[in-house]
Write a protein that binds this ligand. Structure first.
Ligand code: LLP
Length: 404
């Protein structure tokens, strides 16, 4: 996104043009950015040649899933709904892994029916359930077991998943016991060790620590895993201060790991593929003077973009027209919802704004629409995808009548 003659342009489209044509709020994605992100991951992990299973939870829009499929990606799903959508997008079932701590019998049966690559189990009970279903169908099912490596991902505590107090995976001791159980089962084909320590990770060291725990655990099991699934978590630069994960260093640690363990690597990237590809175009409804600050009341709210309210996450806000005239007051960007947490950000020196101005909230491609709700009976926004010189409507704006 750049300013051209002081007007904000997204992938060659003027923000006001989009705002007027489609009415705000709008989720707008750039296919070019998505493709560049995929290329960047492929390039950095070239030596490893991993299988990329896109984490559908980051953004489950069907048109986007189809584009990812066209770029050879598989999928990481965490519910029957996500699995059905990945299949509908045409993603090869042999490139789909199923994660999650609470897969129901129905979901497991569906995954078995669809012949997916791996069901990554997260507990003894789940392994017994998969085995029971496999037995009743006289099948041998390919599974993984998720290890909880007790590694601090050094990210927001709410999106940290690899510490022993988190519900995910099993600890090393249990893991070894479960490997011994699964390898002797007639109905289970243990193929994978999986881990995922958290999301929005910007430092490669937690990954390095995770790999050393994985290495140690594999040694202790004395078992040959065909796959090691390292999960997702690669962070993006929300602050726009060039804070990036050093993929080279991460890749080098994996190279070293592979010298000791001959296996195929799976990644489950979500945010790093779609995160910076999306913006939320919004308009100022009112400006209201508050105590020591002005409230900029937008037509987008926490139901459209939940991350700031849920995690205190910061998304950069940019004005459509750059005037260079700063406001004397601090601005608090809020939505119309009846919650004090319906707040996007507080900025001390923002440019002076007027009612009806267009604004852009950046980096909302991941966990934007997928976390959106109809809270306060607000209709969900339209979604559009910029494909070169074309604009594709990839989700219509919900009609209020659908909610009544
Ligand atoms: N694999 C597993 C098993 C996961 O649980 C997740 C994310 C991913 C892969 C993808 O992680 P990514 O590459 O996107 O970081 N709603 C939060 C993020 C929650 C992530 C949950 N699991 C947010 O808005 O930041």
């Amino acid at each position: 996104m750049i300013y051209k003659k002081n007007k904000l342009i997204f992938d060659n489209f003027d923000i006001r043009y989009l705002g007027k044509k489609f009415k705000t709020p709008i989720y707008c994605y750039s296919l070019k950015t998505i493709k560049n992100n995929i290329l960047n991951l492929k390039k950095n992990f070239k030596k490893i040649k991993p299988l990329f299973c896109y984490a559908v939870k980051a953004n489950a829009n069907l048109a986007i899933l189809k584009e990812l499929k066209n770029n050879d990606l598989g999928a990481d799903v965490v519910s029957q709904g996500e699995l059905m959508k990945a299949l509908k997008a045409g993603i090869n079932p042999k490139k789909i892994v199923f994660s999650g701590v609470g897969k129901t019998e129905g979901e497991i049966e569906y995954a078995i029916l669809k012949n997916i690559l791996l069901i990554n189990a997260e507990s003894k009970s789940e392994i017994l359930t998969i085995e029971k279903i496999a037995k009743s169908k006289k099948k041998k099912i390919d599974i993984g077991i998720r290890l909880n490596p007790n590694t601090d991902a050094q990210t927001l505590s709410q999106i940290s998943t690899g510490k022993k107090e988190n519900k995910f995976g099993v600890d090393e001791k249990t893991f070894i016991k479960l490997v011994n159980y699964a390898k002797n089962s007639k109905n289970l084909n243990l193929k994978c060790l999986s881990v995922h320590i958290g999301s929005q990770i910007l430092n490669y060291k937690p990954y390095k620590n995770m790999l050393s725990v994985v290495n140690r655990t594999i040694k202790k099991t004395n078992y040959k895993f065909e796959y090691v699934d390292l999960g997702g978590g690669i962070g993006i630069d929300y602050s726009h201060r060039n804070l990036k994960l050093n993929l080279k260093k991460y890749s080098l640690s994996i190279d070293k790991f592979l010298k000791k363990n001959n296996c195929k690597i799976i990644f489950e990237p979500g945010r790093s593929i779609v995160g910076d590809s999306g913006i939320l175009i919004t308009k100022v409804i009112y400006i209201k003077e508050g105590y020591k600050k002005d409230f900029i009341i937008l037509d987008a709210a926490m139901n459209d973009l939940m991350r700031p309210a849920l995690y205190g996450a910061e998304h950069k806000v940019m004005p459509y027209i750059k005037t260079g005239r700063l406001s004397k007051k601090t601005y608090e960007f809020v939505g119309p919802i009846c919650e004090s947490t319906d707040r996007f950000s507080t900025v001390k020196k923002f440019q002076k704004l007027n009612e009806k101005d267009f604004l852009v909230i950046c980096d909302v491609g991941a966990y934007g629409t997928s976390l959106a709700s109809n809270y306060n009976l607000r209709a969900k926004p339209i979604e559009i995808l910029i494909k070169g010189s074309k604009i594709q409507v990839i989700n219509k704006r919900q009609k209020i009548s659908e909610l009544i």
